[in-house]
Design a protein around this ligand. Structure first.
Ligand SMILES: [Zn+2]
Length: 415
């Protein structure tokens, strides 16, 4: 059994028209009117595929395909909201590939043992309402409904009001699940698969992320009469620290480190910078290694302070622990790809996805399709039709393996 690649691409093309940008991308912010139109189309397609559609109290849309057994379902999920001027594939691909799996099973007249559910998560991107992955986090119990409804956008409009305005505030009883296993197919958004010449990635988990705020205090002074040996230039110290963060990350396999934001004061051409604040983003699949990276950052900060006479404070203010996916689901995905003759590479996701929270709820895994030039969250985001087809076929096969086919014996445990 194979998915219908033409039908998948046609659905992607039609959905990408809603919120289309002149540059070939999509702007479809969560709970906007564009999001509503896209939801309406998705809902119609789900109903046409004979799915039983329900909407929960966070606006998550679930379409259920009955199995020969009732009870826990195998979920296939992603999101159709986008960032501003985002691409046509981030999120939409996972949702529409899951829809294509349902359509393919309908065409083949296959009944699975476990039910299958397709889920469109609300507000994955977190661009309009922070934080990201708000609705999956709420379903996993990380956020209360009050917290979710009270999130406001730039204009002070709340999540709760917008959810009602677009007509997608449903019932608590309509949340996805109960869940036997969770699968999320997504474009890679990075260069690993392209670099390896491999179409599909099997994702081991989502890396841990830790954010620190650095404050460097030196002495602001006139740029002319201050001889070099007598200066305490906060921005020179910051330059050493930025280079040092890069060194620290490069020295540890699998680590990445980024200084993405920096402010110098007073930020004037002829004044020695007296104060710098900057961010450090460190990521690694292993929690202890993440701590080692931060310890390295703290050592670096005190070395620079001693060398340059400034003070450097490191405040580690936020950490998202690494989330390894369930080995049995990761293996099921890898086996599915192998059975279809599709070559894969296993690696960790450097970005967050709804699967991170769902791993708290049920055994989960992700599948990646190769991204061209590793680009994402931009209009240039692209994956070839062949790679999208390969990823969707792995999703189909993995879902069948986990759900089982009526009347067939499988090696997968039930219960
Ligand atoms: Zn996404």
């Amino acid at each position: 059994m194979r998915i219908n690649a033409h039908r998948l691409h046609e659905s992607l093309r039609q959905l990408a028209r809603i919120g289309a940008t002149p540059g070939g991308g999509v702007t479809r912010l969560a709970l906007s009117s564009e999001d509503r139109s896209a939801r309406d189309l998705l809902r119609r397609w789900m109903e046409e595929a004979s799915l039983r559609v329900r909407v929960d109290d966070f606006g998550n849309i679930t379409g259920r395909r009955a199995g020969s057994e009732s009870g826990k379902a195998v979920l296939m999920a992603s999101h159709i909201d986008t960032v501003r001027r985002g691409g046509c594939y981030d999120g939409a691909y996972g949702v529409l590939a899951a829809l294509e799996v349902m359509r393919t099973l309908n065409d083949a007249g296959v009944t699975t043992r476990r039910p299958l559910e397709l889920v469109n998560w609300t507000n994955e991107e977190g661009v309009r309402f922070e934080p990201a992955m708000l609705a999956s986090g709420a379903v996993a119990g990380r956020f209360t409904p009050e917290y979710v409804y009270g999130r406001t956008d730039r204009d002070g409009v709340t999540f709760g009001d917008e959810l009602e305005r677009i007509g997608y505030k449903g019932d608590r009883d309509n949340r996805p699940g109960p869940v036997a296993a969770y699968l999320e197919l997504h474009v890679e958004q990075g260069p690993v698969l392209e670099d390896a010449g491999i179409p599909v990635g099997v994702v081991d988990g989502i890396v841990g992320i830790t954010w620190s705020e650095i404050t460097i205090e030196g002495r602001a002074d006139h740029a002319g009469p201050s001889p070099m040996p007598l200066r305490r230039d906060a921005l020179v110290a910051a330059a050493r620290l930025i280079a040092g963060v890069d060194d620290i990350a490069r020295a540890i396999e699998g680590a990445v480190g980024t200084v993405g934001r920096i402010t110098a004061e007073p930020n004037v051409i002829n004044t020695i910078p007296g104060k710098v604040t900057m961010s450090v983003d460190l990521r690694h699949p292993d929690s202890a290694t993440l701590d080692r990276l931060v310890a390295g950052l703290e050592r670096l900060a005190s070395d620079i302070a001693a060398l340059t006479g400034v003070t450097v404070a490191v405040n580690r203010f936020w950490t998202s622990e690494p989330t390894p996916f369930a080995a049995e689901i990761v293996d099921a995905v890898e086996t599915a790809a192998a059975e279809m003759g599709i070559s894969t590479r296993r690696f960790w996701s450097g970005a967050g996805h709804d699967a991170k929270y769902m791993q708290d709820v049920a055994p989960s895994a992700m599948i990646f399709a190769r991204s061209i030039n590793g680009l994402s969250h931009c209009e240039q985001e692209y994956s070839t039709p062949e790679d999208l087809e390969a990823g969707a076929n792995v999703l189909l096969r993995a879902a069948l393996g986990l759900a089982g086919i009526e009347g067939e014996r499988t090696s997968h445990k039930r219960g």
